[in-house]
Write a protein of this length. Structure first.
Length: 437
């Protein structure tokens, strides 16, 4: 948020009397004024909102893809063990812990400045990763992936806070499908980076990502709207020091039925997280090389984009209360498609069909979770509260992923994906018990 606290209604100059010329300097001042709008007002109605929503969420998704999917593919191609590949999920720790520094985005500077600054940092780190990728210095590469994860998690806080600050509640829901779709397009770009690494080199893949993020940072610095800051709750107005830092957390846990909400956030994607961590090793065991895995992953990501778009439309039409349970159930059942993959070991066309179906349903499921998390954000602390919710969501991904290699190695792929399905059931049950709006 911006440092200054303003009302939700922008302050407008008094209109001149009818027939009177504008006051001296008024026209020039209006032309020179920055594009500042009240939270959720003009920014939510501007003609370019779809463009900046798409570009910021693409910029959010690409580093996530690099720290998760691309890192896993890198170490898979390097011949690492299942245990090491599973431990790549520990790159999710910054997303688990980002709530610890999320109040800094709300309390210091603005989400817009944090967004652009994080993108510049990511570009620098990715250029370093490109320089090290083909050197054989795997320890340095692993450390740089960790740096990408920290910068990307900070960027997430800023992007989500900016979205919640710049759009009103109706626009937030209406564009939930677009933001998820843009994020998934970035995951598709991550799959294409893997394919590029297979065709050319890992250095080429990471350098391409670095250039892309640098260009987005420049575009966002020049073109993002400048929403005015929303007033924080009155209880925190005089808070200083530690109390000021802790207040966002207190406001979050004071919400009605917060216990069931926290349990649902933790459990909703647990099964998917377990499944995702071993998807690349499974496809490799089915005979797909790096290029083929990148291509199949890209097709699956296109399906997830379609699913997330459909999810946003469905939620907007029927509301969260009528869609949260059936979509949670469908997401859970889709994991059984990976059980079928591991058990039947089908030919390539069937592999593509099953991956596409699972990814389509996962896209719909993601749209539901995004809207649910937005509903848990209290005015004045939106960056912090979305960071808390999304951090809790990622806990299951990090924990499940870190043990996935050991579990898959012990029981085999078929039993492993059956366990992933079982891990998804608590989230389905909790979907009946959480606040519906």
């Amino acid at each position: 948020m911006e440092a200054a606290v303003t009302s939700h209604k922008p302050v407008e100059p008094a209109a001149p009397a009818r027939g009177a010329p504008p006051a001296e300097g008024t026209v020039a001042a209006a032309r020179a004024a920055p594009s500042v709008v009240a939270p959720g007002a003009a920014a939510s109605r501007g003609p370019g909102r779809g463009l900046w929503i798409s570009s910021t969420y693409f910029a959010e998704g690409l580093p996530y893809a690099i720290a998760h999917k691309v890192a896993g593919e890198f170490f898979t191609a390097a011949g690492a063990s299942l245990e090491i590949i599973g431990l790549v999920s520990l790159y999710g720790l910054p997303w688990n812990l980002k709530f610890l520094w999320s109040p800094l985005v709300d309390l210091h500077g603005s989400s817009r400045r944090w967004l652009v600054g994080a993108e510049l940092a990511l570009a620098v780190i990715l250029f370093a990763l490109a320089a090290a990728a083909d050197s054989g210095a795997l320890g340095l590469v692993a450390a740089l992936f960790g740096a990408v994860a920290v910068a990307a998690a900070t960027h997430d806080i800023a992007v989500d806070g900016f979205y919640l600050q710049a759009l009103d509640k109706d626009a937030q829901a209406a564009f939930s499908g677009l933001r998820v779709a843009a994020y998934r397009v970035a995951l598709l770009a991550g799959a294409l980076l893997v394919a590029l690494a297979g065709w050319a080199s890992w250095r080429a893949g990471f350098a391409t990502a670095a250039v892309g993020i640098a260009l987005l940072a420049a575009a966002h610095a020049a073109g993002l709207p400048r929403p005015a800051a929303a007033a924080r709750p009155e209880a925190a107005a005089g808070a200083v020091g530690l109390r000021r830092y802790v207040e966002p957390f207190r406001a979050f846990v004071r919400q009605p039925r917060i216990g069931s909400s926290l349990a649902f956030i933790l459990c909703y994607r647990a099964g998917d997280a377990l499944m995702f961590a071993m998807s690349s090793p499974l496809l490799k065991s089915l005979g797909l090389d790096t290029v083929a895995r990148g291509n199949v992953g890209g097709i699956g990501t296109v399906a997830s984009i379609a699913g997330s778009t459909l999810g946003g439309v469905v939620i907007k039409r029927w509301g969260l209360s009528r869609t949260i349970f059936p979509i949670a159930l469908a997401q859970s059942l889709a994991i059984l498609l990976y059980v079928a993959l591991a058990w039947q070991r089908p030919a390539l066309p069937w592999i593509v069909v099953l991956v596409v179906l699972e990814q389509f349903v996962a896209g719909v499921g993601t749209a539901v979770l995004v809207v649910f998390l937005m509903r848990r954000c209290v005015e004045g602390y939106k960056s912090s509260h979305f960071a808390i919710g999304s951090a809790l969501m990622s806990v299951s991904a990090t924990f499940a992923g870190s043990v996935s290699g050991y579990l898959a190695g012990a029981v085999g792929f078929t039993a492993f994906f059956a366990i992933a399905f079982a891990a998804s059931i608590p989230g389905v049950v909790l979907a009946r018990r959480v606040p519906q709006e």
